[in-house]
Design a protein around this ligand. Structure first.
Ligand SMILES: [Zn+2]
Length: 229
């Protein structure tokens, strides 16, 4: 009797923001794995399809060390609880100590996971733009699709976080902004939303919400950018 009790599908759950699967502190690392398992179990209890997680950060550690660390955490979590829901790794903005801000890094993590059949990518447009993936032009959006295809593979892309960016391109600063009012702008979103690789992809907005009008406003902007068939 799962069908019918909700009219939104697929459902994306986000892990607790306190977890850090790349932490260099043993206690925090272990607690993060435990909490991740709890989040995964809750996702499945809810009947949701996806659990989105950031890859974490560890200031002062090398990229390779962090990749091994995150992969170790996810493998341990999957050993403790074999996933039925799909775990989506979200690209990050590349703030200090972050891992997972390039698609190559995300792929390096995925290549170390076993099993990897319940692993996918959730691509955040603001994080990507802050990390150097320019989607303001048609060429840029094509390049992004090609990059995803050549790293994690388009089959693993299961959803997108649709956010404009407050800070400038390649700033490595994670500040979400209203669709069309940030540094990506309306043209970039129009190109992305109508690109064959991204058009049918489920999208979740994580834009600022100060008033009740903010979400409907952003939704209206997004709808206005989608070309009619
Ligand atoms: Zn996001």
């Amino acid at each position: 009797h799962r069908t019918g009790f909700r009219d939104i599908a697929p459902v994306f759950v986000h892990t607790n923001y306190l977890i850090n699967l790349a932490s260099s502190k043993p206690e925090l690392y272990e607690k993060s794995i435990e909490q991740f398992v709890i989040d995964l179990e809750r996702t499945e209890t809810l009947g949701a399809e996806y659990l989105v997680t950031h890859l974490g950060s560890a200031s002062g550690q090398s990229e390779d060390w962090m990749i091994e660390r995150v992969a170790g955490a996810l493998n341990m979590a999957m050993k403790l609880h074999r996933p039925k829901a799909t775990i989506l790794l979200e690209n990050t903005a590349g703030e200090k100590g972050d891992v997972g801000y390039t698609l190559e890094q995300v792929q390096e993590v995925i290549s170390r996971l076993s099993p990897a059949d319940h692993i996918g990518l959730c691509y955040d447009t603001c994080h990507g733009f802050a990390a150097g993936y320019d989607i303001r032009t048609k060429e840029g959006v094509n390049n992004l699709a090609d990059k995803i295809a050549s790293t994690v593979g388009l089959a693993r892309l299961k959803g997108m976080h649709l956010n404009d960016c407050l800070k400038e391109f390649n700033s490595r600063v994670d500040r979400h902004w209203h669709i069309g009012e940030g540094t990506i702008g309306l043209d970039g979103f129009k190109l992305l939303l109508n690109h064959p690789a991204f058009k049918e992809m489920p999208k979740v907005m994580e834009t600022p919400k100060k008033t009740e009008e903010d979400d409907p406003k952003n939704m209206k902007v997004v709808r206005s950018l989608i070309a009619k068939q």
